[in-house]
Write a protein that binds this ligand. Structure first.
Ligand SMILES: [Zn+2]
Length: 45
């Protein structure tokens, strides 16, 4: 759940990721602002 680069909480990808625990971690560590990793199968769009 935490970013390996900045040790902050990575942005949620789905609504299921918006949990109370995640919200608490964001208040503690902050939100990751790194660029999201590219998907390997993202060449078509
Ligand atoms: Zn990060």
């Amino acid at each position: 759940m935490l970013c390996l680069n900045c040790n902050r909480v990575r942005p949620a990808l789905t609504r299921a990721d918006y949990t109370a625990e995640r919200a608490r971690l964001i208040t503690l560590h902050g939100l990751c602002v790194c660029a999201p990793p590219k998907r390997p199968d993202d060449s078509r769009r």
